[in-house]
Ligand binder design. Structure first.
Ligand SMILES: *Cc1c(COP(=O)(O)O)cnc(C)c1O
Length: 389
């Protein structure tokens, strides 16, 4: 085994073997199926006696390159790539949980993850409890004999609350729970949940992994014992990632470290600018001194990430007016793009939650989420300045 390379080099140099064409950039295998050299080879492949490609719902060389890269970057043994971040979340729950099982999840979850837990899984007898991320001493009370999984998002969307991953890893181990972390906001460049005992890690590749707002996709990586069950579920239920999107994601990972550094530079500068603005009540940014968990953030994350949230003075109406007034920045619900995006969570991404659910996760009527892009910081701030005035 060659020595393990640094993150940047693994992100660039993990490639499918060069073909007879001697191409330098990794090829894209757009094929739905594969040829058998003989009837005997076909039999052996179907019997799982040998490894190899059969059909692109099961495996594809381009998708495999993306999976291998993500496994190296997260420090995981095995991965499954899926058509979206939500199919990654759903496949990992459906692949591992049985009727009657119970999940403990952090309360501030991505909107559709909340819908899966509260509307879809209960139809199959799988129940959940929400844990308050800031009161971990109360989590013991949530554990039942049928609790099988701990599912966390840290830092959360859009509250940017953190869960202490080291603590959570010990909690999961003590109660014999499968420990799952949605690491979409941080990416493996900023945070590696596996180091804190996570058994599986989910991603929406749509966000920072693609990084350019082009494609929908997802991935789950983790311990083989769990990934095999998730692979079985995905292989037969079919949320396969398109090889074309896998190719985009794999190429995008080559620039993940440089992009994340710039996302963080811009977000950090924005947090400080907003903190000093008189029309801003609260700023949320994990590495900002005003964040109640900034010490924890520094312990488990390399930098503070690309998302900044703030509460505008004047509430709902002023938040909507701000969104309408931006000129260069994009009004969109996405994040992790080269373009800076402004979102009003209460009226868009989190509008399906009840008022009480929103309040419990810190989504106030005046909360605005900024997904810092890669434009020049002076232009980003100038646009926010004119929109605030
Ligand atoms: C966007 C997102 C998802 C869902 O991903 P899709 O690719 O949109 O399906 C899941 N979790 C988090 C934290 C997200 O930001």
């Amino acid at each position: 085994m060659p020595p393990k390379k640094q993150f940047e080099s693994e992100a660039i140099r993990t490639q499918t073997p060069t073909t007879t064409q001697r191409e330098h950039s990794t090829p894209l295998y757009l094929t739905s199926s594969y040829i058998f050299e003989s009837a005997e080879q076909a039999r052996a492949l179907f019997a799982n006696e040998v490894e190899g490609n059969v059909y692109s719902r099961y495996s594809n060389p381009t998708t495999d390159e993306f999976i291998e890269k993500m496994c190296k970057l997260e420090g995981a043994e095995m991965g499954v790539a899926t058509a979206s971040g939500m199919s990654a979340v759903f496949s990992s729950l459906a692949g591992l949980l049985n009727q009657g099982d119970h999940i403990i999840a952090s309360r501030s979850l991505f909107g559709s993850s909340h819908q899966i837990l509260s509307q879809i899984l209960p139809r199959w007898g799988i129940t959940y409890s929400y844990a308050d991320t800031l009161n971990t001493e109360q989590w013991d009370r949530l554990v039942k004999p049928e609790t099988k999984m701990l599912f966390l998002e840290t830092h959360s969307n859009p509250g940017l609350d953190l869960v202490d991953l080291e603590w959570a890893g010990k909690f999961a181990k003590a109660h014999n729970l499968i420990f799952a972390v949605d690491n979409c906001f941080a990416t493996p460049y900023l945070q590696k949940p596996v180091q804190f005992g996570a058994d599986i890690v989910q991603h929406s590749a749509t966000k920072f992994i693609d990084g350019q707002g082009r494609a929908i996709g997802g991935i789950i990586v983790g311990k083989k014992q769990y990934m095999q069950d998730i692979y079985f579920f995905a292989r037969h239920s079919g949320p396969a990632l398109s090889p074309f999107n896998a190719w985009l994601f794999s190429k995008s990972l080559e620039t993940l470290p440089v992009r994340m550094e710039r996302h963080c530079d811009n977000a950090e500068a924005l947090a400080e600018y907003l903190f000093n603005h008189k029309k801003v009540n609260v700023v949320k940014y994990p590495f900002h001194k005003s964040h109640p968990q900034h010490e924890l953030a520094r312990k488990q994350m390399k930098r503070g990430g690309g998302i900044v949230c703030f509460e505008i003075a004047g509430g709902f109406d002023h938040a909507k007016a701000f969104i309408d007034r931006v000129e260069m920045l994009s009004r969109s619900a996405n994040l992790g793009d080269t373009r800076t995006i402004v979102t009003h969570p209460a009226s868009t991404t989190h509008s399906k939650l009840t008022e009480t659910e929103r309040a419990a996760t810190g989504i106030t009527p005046g909360l605005i989420r900024i997904a810092a892009g890669l434009e020049h910081i002076d232009d980003i701030i100038a646009d926010i300045e004119q929109a605030l005035s």
